[in-house]
Design a protein around this ligand. Structure first.
Ligand SMILES: [Fe+2]
Ligand SMILES: [Fe+2]
Length: 327
């Protein structure tokens, strides 16, 4: 079985197609990369690096309440927050380059039904350009933090979101299955990433440059959120019943992958910093907080599942319930 060329959109998806068409024609007005010349972050005199400011928020650490962290010297806590900012950015790079960009390429190569018309391919191309610009922004942010905080040699392992998506793809032999795992993971990531960025975009206590970069990225991602929701609707409506069932099975899994607190990355960073209680802290978090669904608002994914009709079938309900997404 292969993913076949699409048939014309149903009435149910014509609204989505109209919206995608509008968003494609608005791209040159809204995209931050188009305004990049005006956004020279590094030479913006208002954005001088302030070494007294923290890079990241304590409440985003998976071990924020752990006694070993709370008792650590302030200098160590500060370094941990700088690492948190680097991991936050490098996870963003992973999402852009290993999750979203390959999904856009599948659409551009007309490998995904329902998105293989001119508008679908154009909007995937716009998104690729946006994500390439976000990688540049995020890499600049990482380089500055690494240089200012002496963290140049810190190397992070792969993030769980990507690892789990890759493991999932490896379970299936058919190409259409691997493509749908990529598309669903990209959809879920694009639904969550604006919330993920919102956590820092409004925080005026962190480094001003960090906040500004995250907020710039967030503005593009608000558009991507809507683009991927509508692409998902167009794609899902063109899938065979077997493919729809597969899509519905992967959708809630990808939510759990996104909600993972990335303890291996944290362990690497804490060990790098020479934090003496690394083992204890990571072991305690693994018991209570490896996947913490309460930390993310997944209502938009449940709403998407409802709108797709995924939750009209017992199989769809079961797949969401199995991943703990239905109460
Ligand atoms: Fe992005
Ligand atoms: Fe995006």
């Amino acid at each position: 079985m292969t993913l076949t060329a699409s048939i014309p959109g149903t009435q149910k998806t014509s609204q989505s197609r109209k919206l995608l068409s509008k968003m494609a024609s608005n791209w040159s007005r809204r995209a931050k990369v188009v305004q990049a010349k005006k956004q020279n972050f590094e030479n913006n005199s208002e954005l001088v690096f302030d070494s007294a400011r923290d890079e990241f928020r304590i409440d985003l650490l998976p071990f924020k309440d752990h006694p070993a962290f709370l008792e650590a010297p302030p200098e160590m806590q500060k370094q941990i927050l700088s690492c948190g900012w680097i991991a936050y950015n490098e996870k963003t790079v992973d999402i852009e380059s290993k999750v979203i960009s390959p999904a856009c390429s599948h659409i551009i190569y007309q490998e995904v039904p329902g998105s293989d018309d001119g508008i679908g391919r154009e909007i995937a191309s716009d998104t690729l350009v946006d994500e390439a610009y976000h990688i540049l922004l995020v890499m600049q942010a990482c380089r500055i933090t690494r240089e200012k905080r002496g963290l140049e040699s810190l190397k992070l392992p792969s993030f769980n979101l990507v690892k789990q998506m890759t493991l999932e793809k490896a379970k299936y032999s058919e190409r259409w299955q691997k493509i749908l795992v990529q598309i669903v993971t990209a959809t879920v990531s694009e639904v969550f990433i604006s919330d993920y960025l919102n956590l820092l975009a409004k925080d005026t206590n962190i480094q001003p440059m960090n906040r500004l970069i995250v907020d710039t990225h967030r503005q593009d991602e608000m558009a991507h959120h809507s683009i991927f929701i509508n692409l998902a609707k167009c794609i899902y409506s063109e899938l065979s019943p077997q493919q729809q069932e597969f899509f519905a099975d992967i959708l809630p899994k990808a939510v759990r992958w996104f909600a993972n607190s990335e303890l291996e990355v944290w362990q690497t960073m804490l060990e790098y910093l020479g934090f003496s209680k690394t083992r204890e802290v990571i072991a305690d978090c693994a018991v209570t907080d490896e996947v913490n669904l309460s930390r993310i608002d997944y209502s938009a994914v449940v709403l998407l599942a409802k709108e797709l009709g995924v939750l009209d079938s017992q199989k769809g309900i079961d797949s969401f319930a199995r991943q703990g997404l239905l109460k």
